[in-house]
Design a protein. Structure first.
Length: 272
């Protein structure tokens, strides 16, 4: 049987094809709706890290206050000074050894004891009517003619032939000796001092603190050194000048003062 002879069959076939087409279209639309209904995944963006906070004034460690060590006070180098028991303006020649020769002279004029010596001559002058043991004595020296190794200075616990001698040289050195007749024992090797005049004319105030076996030298009120010796416990005071070279030397002295010292040296701890 052919299709031409059955018009009803054509109609049914056409309808079937139409239904099939519609069904396919519906299915396609449903699939498209399904695709469109699926949410598109959102774009994943990284959450930015927080920016570091700028600290304009960063904390710092609190500094520990520096502790400075407390310096011990300078010890009193002239302890026990008491009353002044003698002042001498050096106006009375009878109170001092005076003499005149071709080699040396010691005389008093205008409140000064003037000592002058020729080349290689040594001369002393001591104060009469005085015996002191523990004391502080000062006298002013005025070098007028003094060169190189020439020396002058102060005598303590003295007599005519034995004494302690504190010697200043015209090179700026100072030292100490024990003298007994022609013998001498060095107690302090000469050391350089800024208080010793190196030229003339000039002046320097010489002081000696003597208690027991210890003697301390001061120049212009400044401590220089200390020596200890037990040979001479008391005596008078005096002055000297010595020419050590080929030229003369001359020094004058003025304004002697002596104070009592009321001081007991500490007892040394015995060595076990």
């Amino acid at each position: 049987m052919s299709l031409r002879s059955t018009p009803g069959l054509k109609g049914r076939l056409f309808r079937s094809l139409c239904c099939l087409a519609m069904t396919s279209l519906i299915v396609s639309c449903s699939a498209l709706d399904s695709i469109l209904a699926t949410p598109f995944p959102a774009l994943q963006t990284e959450t930015p890290l927080p920016s570091p906070t700028i600290i304009w004034f960063p904390p710092s460690a609190t500094p520990t206050p520096q502790v400075f060590s407390t310096q011990s006070p300078t010890p009193e180098m002239r302890p026990g000074l008491a009353d002044v028991f003698l002042t001498d303006t050096i106006s009375e020649p009878s109170l001092w050894t005076t003499a005149t020769s071709n080699q040396a002279s010691a005389d008093i004029t205008a409140n000064r004891l003037n000592l002058a010596v020729q080349s290689d001559v040594y001369m002393i002058s001591i104060r009469h009517d005085l015996v002191a043991d523990n004391f502080y004595a000062e006298i002013t020296a005025h070098p007028g003619l003094c060169r190189a190794e020439d020396t002058y200075g102060f005598l303590v616990r003295a007599n005519a032939v034995a004494y302690y001698r504190f010697a200043l040289s015209c090179t700026g050195m100072v030292g100490a000796e024990r003298v007994s007749g022609p013998k001498r024992q060095v107690l302090q090797e000469p050391i350089l001092s800024g208080d010793v005049p190196t030229g003339a004319p000039s002046e320097v105030r010489i002081g000696v603190w003597a208690v027991g076996t210890e003697m301390r030298l001061f120049l212009n009120g400044r401590y220089q050194f200390s020596v200890s010796d037990s040979n001479y416990g008391s005596g008078t005071v005096g002055v000297f000048v010595n020419s050590a070279g080929s030229t003369a030397a001359a020094v004058s002295f003025s304004d002697l003062s002596i104070q009592n010292v009321m001081y007991q040296p500490p007892t040394e701890t015995p060595t076990p």
